[in-house]
Design a protein around this ligand. Structure first.
Ligand code: ZN
Length: 157
């Protein structure tokens, strides 16, 4: 197995601290991994510039890769371009988000959000509060089953 593959495999165990069920790979945060002998450089995409989790994710990525045999240095940097969007979340990531009670990002039709409720799948939902507990998420309210739930913002603005 190449070092790059080992790094990617290891990154699969690094989770977003705010969404512990989904790995940084499935969230689409990892943009590129460059390996030059024992030196690894990871380019990551911030999901949202204000997310306090970013420093923790950076540290966790570094620690995970440093644990691989033969790695001598690890650099993790956040890139500004291209911008992360929820389109980068993998199919597996979307399922895991839903299992965690966070509505996976949906396609946008025009300016409307269509976010199905993670509990009953109804799309009869309303945005209750654009500012969720984390800046990258929002609180929505399901008008069918009356549950509030969290959704990821469809794009990182
Ligand atoms: Zn519902």
């Amino acid at each position: 197995m190449t070092t790059r593959m080992k790094v990617l495999q290891k990154l699969d165990s690094v989770k977003d601290p705010e969404i512990p069920s989904v790995s940084v790979v499935d969230l689409g945060i990892i943009y590129d991994v460059k390996v030059d002998e024992g030196n690894v450089e990871v380019e990551a995409m911030p999901t949202f510039s204000g997310c306090p989790a970013l420093d923790i994710i950076k540290r966790d990525i570094k620690e995970a890769i440093e644990a691989i045999e033969g790695i001598t240095s690890v650099e993790v940097k956040y890139i500004r371009e291209p911008i992360w969007t929820t389109d980068r979340v993998t199919e597996r990531g979307k399922v895991q988000l839903k299992d965690y009670g966070i509505a996976p990002p949906e396609e946008r039709s025009g300016d409307e959000w269509r976010v199905p409720c993670p509990y009953c799948d109804s799309v009869y939902t309303t945005m209750d509060n654009i500012f969720g507990p984390a800046a990258c998420r929002s609180i929505l309210y399901c008008k069918s089953c009356k549950n509030p739930f969290e959704a990821m913002k469809p794009v990182a603005i």
